[in-house]
Design a protein around this ligand. Structure first.
Ligand code: MG
Length: 255
């Protein structure tokens, strides 16, 4: 079921958005050569506790996970791109790290992700991150009342295709509200003018993710971490966005 939020409810979602944005910012500042992924998870855990927020991940246990997630953060490094389960790994110079974080504040969820390069950037990795960010910006710009859901997908996919990237449709964006994953599914490619009509009050996570040279993925034995099938690196960015009568509101905007 697709739920629409009143303007008052969208205002009530702002603290969750601000909190998630502050965690993503803190993580991107802390991520450095020599920092362990478990330290990043601990930082997010501490921030959740201090804010009186609730993790959306720690008890999350869909059918594909071998066990409940058990951490509060996704950390995907290099050829891992989505759902990376934090483990005992120390970041190396040139690593491409994607962090994905969702939490609930006052009963409302926000969800956001960011890719960063640790230490010395490889030019092609930076390019991949920039293209993914441009696709997110294009998707957000299409998130307007009167447009169709396909317009968001088309905007994201067009940026990828123009750069010669393939788009995987197995995982994409989603509705956000009292829980992390609601309807509608928001594919990262599609046909303009098709699908659900966008209305004020629809709140969705828009989350393009692309791999350098493939759209095929593989799962780690933990059932969580998703990697490129060919070992090429991936980037992932995400914002929680509210559709309004006017411009879209990016609830997880980082100043
Ligand atoms: Mg997310």
């Amino acid at each position: 079921m697709i739920e629409l939020r009143t303007p008052t409810q969208i205002e009530q979602m702002r603290p969750a958005g601000r909190f998630v944005a502050s965690v993503i910012k803190a993580l991107s500042e802390k991520a450095d050569v020599g920092v362990n992924l478990l330290e990043l998870d601990e930082l997010a855990h501490r921030m959740i506790k201090d804010a009186g927020a609730e993790s959306c991940y720690i008890d999350y246990h869909p059918s594909f996970g071998a066990s409940p997630f058990g951490k509060v953060l996704c950390t995907s490094v290099n050829d891992a791109v989505l759902h990376g389960l934090p483990f005992d790994y120390t970041l190396q110079d040139g690593d491409l790290l994607s962090v994905d974080f969702a939490a609930s504040v006052d009963g409302w969820v926000a969800d956001s992700a960011l890719s960063v390069i640790v230490g010395t950037p490889d030019e092609k990795d930076q390019w991949l991150i920039d293209v993914t960010q441009r696709a997110l910006d294009a998707g957000i710009d299409a998130a307007r009342a009167g447009n169709k859901l396909g317009d968001i997908s088309f905007a994201i996919g067009s940026v990828a295709h123009a750069e010669g990237l393939k788009v995987n449709l197995q995982f994409g964006g989603h509705g956000v509200g009292k829980t992390m994953h609601g309807e509608p599914h928001v594919p990262n490619d599609g046909r303009a003018g098709r699908g659900l009509k966008l209305r004020p009050g629809l709140v969705i996570a828009i989350e393009p993710w692309f791999l350098h040279t493939t759209d095929e993925i593989e799962f780690d034995p933990d059932g969580w971490t998703i990697r490129s099938a060919d070992g090429s690196r991936g980037a992932h960015v995400e914002h929680t966005v509210a559709i309004t009568d006017g411009d879209p509101i990016v609830l997880t905007a980082r100043d």
